[in-house]
Write a protein that binds this ligand. Structure first.
Ligand code: NAD
Length: 393
């Protein structure tokens, strides 16, 4: 990551952001891998697509985190995965005996990778068992559950982090730094488009199309990346929201959730965000920020890899040359370092709650035919990701 930008960004940063960076640099961690017996143990709850495809492989590469246990409702799958990862038989838990993790000192962090409607219950049970929790996005399916999760973390005096991998991804971070440093001038317009085609024959998508399990369908699953990106790119919070939806009622995929949702956020600086999400358009996770002087384009911007970021001046594109990392390893290392007291929580439960409240404002506007909904309830992010990322490589 270019240090020159980092320094320039520092000059432009808010006083709070600069102070956070100074504090972070003062206690910068050793970036070499810890010995295995000093790594922080993770229990992965739910062994579906993401766990098998990204999280467990990410833990193999992590610097300060390791897989310590698995929790699953499928004993055969759990045994196969545990054996492949070198875990002993007593590191396999079922959903029924999950609360026994309280007595397992190998587990310090529980990573919740279940369908969205199950996040709150399994997060709260882990917190009550005295464990820290990393919970997948969206944090839950409603505001009440998010608040209960935050309260449970406070009551247990444990950390609760939402797995917003783009908060820790070098290209997204560089975009934040450049915008903070004035590289595009004052941001005026931001566009975020996050969606894909949902496939109901895939069990992973079947529950995503069921409002009871998924919440607001594409909005909670994909749109949340755009809601979050507009906030972390601009480093401010929307004060007003309007939204519109279009759903093909004959399409059996959309019996309980909306298909295409588009929204507008108005920010205090005057910037406007046009966001969209859908389970019925060609796969995209893209955003673009138009400033007075230049444009920052990320297309794709939030895929697991292969993201392409460019600075654009009129028709001149300059692609940013930033090395790829394993986003999941990095995010889990960050959580492990937070538990070790070496890094601040950048995406705590409050961040997940803010996105949930904004998504609720979007659906409230939908329900009222696109009426404006005030969202100026005074939320302020505790830590700017761009200000502290130098702590963890
Ligand atoms: P998945 O369907 O592949 O996995 C879910 C797991 O939960 C499965 O192992 C399933 O057996 C288990 N499960 C337990 N009870 C269940 C029930 N009642 N119904 C259905 N499954 C049940 O889903 P996934 O794609 O791995 O997603 C899991 C979570 O991870 C979701 O919250 C999703 O939003 C999140 N996710 C995040 C990212 C990211 O980039 N951060 C990417 C994909 C998914």
């Amino acid at each position: 990551m270019p240090k020159e930008i980092s320094r320039r960004a520092l000059i432009e940063m808010s006083v709070a952001g600069a102070a956070a960076l100074a504090a972070a640099e003062a206690k910068a961690v050793d970036r070499s891998a810890l010995p295995n017996d000093q790594k922080i143990g993770f229990a992965v709850v739910g062994l579906g697509k993401l766990s098998q495809g990204q999280i467990i492989p990410g833990l193999r590469k992590a610097r300060s985190a390791k897989l310590a246990a698995v929790v699953s409702g499928h004993p055969d799958k759990a045994k196969r995965i545990a054996a492949a990862e070198g875990l002993p038989a007593d590191a396999i838990y079922s959903y029924e005996d999950y609360d026994r993790i309280a007595k397992d000192p190998r587990i310090q962090i529980v990573y919740i990778v279940l369908p969205n409607s199950m996040h709150a219950e399994y997060t709260i049970r882990a917190l009550k068992a005295g464990k820290h929790v990393l919970c997948e996005k969206p944090m839950a399916t409603n505001i009440t559950d998010c608040e209960a999760m935050i309260a449970a973390a406070k009551a247990a005096n444990r950390k609760l982090m939402i797995a917003y991998r783009c908060h820790y991804e070098p290209k997204n971070l560089e975009a934040m730094r450049r915008i903070r440093a004035g590289a595009i001038g004052k941001p005026r317009l931001i566009v975020t488009d996050m969606g894909r085609q949902a496939d109901p024959s895939d069990p992973s998508d079947a529950w995503r199309l069921d409002r009871k399990m998924a919440g607001d369908g594409a909005l909670g699953d994909m749109g949340v990346y755009g809601v979050s990106a507009s906030r972390y790119l601009l480093n401010e919070e929307p004060v007003e929201v309007r939204a519109w939806a279009d759903t093909e009622k004959k399409d059996p995929r959309f019996a309980t959730t909306d298909d295409l949702i588009a929204w507008q956020f108005r920010f205090p600086s005057g910037a406007i965000c046009n966001g969209s999400t859908s389970y019925n358009y060609n796969a995209t996770m893209a955003f673009e920020v138009w400033g007075e002087k230049a444009r920052l384009r990320a297309d794709p911007g939030c895929f697991y890899g292969g993201n392409r970021f460019a600075m654009v001046d009129g028709s001149r594109f300059t692609e940013l040359d930033i090395a790829e990392i394993d986003q999941f390893a990095r995010e889990m290392d960050w959580m492990a370092d937070a538990v070790r007291g070496k890094a601040p929580l950048v995406s705590p439960g409050e961040e997940g709650l803010q996105d949930m409240r904004l998504m609720k404002a979007i659906t409230d506007s939908l329900a009222r035919g696109g009426a404006p909904i005030r969202t100026d309830w005074g939320y302020k992010r505790a830590v700017d990701p761009a200000a502290v990322v130098d702590i963890v490589a």
